[in-house]
Design a protein. Structure first.
Length: 347
């Protein structure tokens, strides 16, 4: 699939004159609304605010002295900084962009569509060269409108969108869920439970759960999912392991949505002297730096963290090159990268 280049950076983007026309005022009045609002009557303020809302206009803070300049920064939104799973992706983007004289700006969404919208709006105000979104397949209406009229390359990472109209770099979380069940099933486990993360809005984990459920049913097994009420990952992992290994029909294998949860289970097992995988196998996702140092070492899924960032940055650079040179370059929209199951002692 190809990305058609834009001849001008601002093509398709709502302009101040569009807001002025809709509000029935001059562009000068709209400028005063932003720069010295107290000089604009309340009635005009309401009309201008309504026009901004309807057009999805985002003010370019470089307007004026730098109005014709393309920013040398890239805005990137990640779900969170804690946990470390996205750190290598950020590094991959930063390393590749820095080598080409671009700088990375970073914001977090906390898996909130509203916070993502605020971050995108803020980035667009600084005239970025591109925007990168992470692990977010659902967006607010305003975010979609802003992205559609941004006039810059938009890259989605850590997701799988084969029919996307914007650049996508990632992998199929549904397939990850499927492969985890297949791996455990091949080793004789049958009572396999999927444990969700503390964030209900973690759409990647939700997709892995879908793959898990479908594959369990294909094997004629009963799927079971669990979410701890505890909010700290290590505590939630301990709670999940303690709960799921009790009762008449305890789990004989647990797929945790991330390595932090799985670490909580392994630490609890070590503290209580519970043999793992003898009592219950444990499998994670992420392959964090601690995963091979736990006792027992954690069997997990290693996503292409750094490569996702590197490829995302390369696709941005290719897109900008196509625009700047008015060339019909082929930019690969769907970038499906491989992941791997790392076999260790816990499963």
């Amino acid at each position: 699939m190809t990305q058609s280049p834009r001849k001008r950076r601002s093509a398709g983007r709502t302009k101040l004159h569009d807001v002025a026309a809709l509000a029935g005022v001059s562009a000068m009045t709209v400028s005063r609304y932003f720069n010295s609002r107290e000089t604009v009557g309340l009635d005009l303020q309401k009309r201008i605010a309504s026009a901004i809302e309807k057009t999805g206009y985002v003010r370019n803070v470089f307007a004026g002295s730098l109005a014709s300049a393309r920013g040398k920064s890239i805005g990137m939104v990640i779900p969170h900084i804690s946990g470390g799973v996205y750190a290598e992706t950020v590094q991959g983007v930063s390393d590749t962009l820095r080598a080409n004289n671009y700088q990375l700006l970073l914001a977090t969404s906390n898996y909130s569509m509203e916070e993502e919208e605020a971050a995108v709006r803020a980035f667009l105000g600084w005239a970025p060269a591109a925007i990168v979104l992470t692990n977010s397949s659902k967006h607010s209406r305003k975010t979609l409108e802003m992205l559609a009229t941004a006039g810059v390359p938009i890259v989605h990472t850590w997701s799988d969108k084969p029919k996307a109209k914007q650049i996508n770099v990632g992998f199929s979380n549904i397939n990850v869920g499927r492969d985890c069940v297949t791996y455990l099933h091949s080793r004789g486990y049958r009572r396999i439970v999927f444990v969700h993360p503390t964030f209900k809005e973690d759409l990647g984990a939700n997709d892995r759960a879908k793959g898990y459920t479908a594959t369990m049913e294909e094997y004629g097994l009963t799927p079971a999912e669990f979410r701890s009420p505890l909010t700290t990952p290590l505590d939630a992992g301990r709670d999940a392991f303690e709960t799921l290994t009790r009762g008449r029909h305890p789990a004989d294998a647990i797929i945790f949505a991330n390595d932090n949860l799985a670490a909580g289970a392994l630490l609890y097992g070590a503290h209580k002297g519970i043999p793992i995988p003898g009592t219950c196998a444990v499998m994670g996702f992420g392959d964090l730096s601690i995963s091979d140092k736990l006792l027992p070492s954690l069997t997990t899924v290693r996503p292409p963290r750094y490569e996702i960032g590197r490829i995302a940055a390369l696709r941005i650079l290719e897109s900008l090159h196509a625009v700047e040179n008015e060339l019909v370059d082929r930019v690969q929209f769907n970038n499906d990268l491989p992941y791997e199951i790392v076999e260790r002692e816990s499963a």
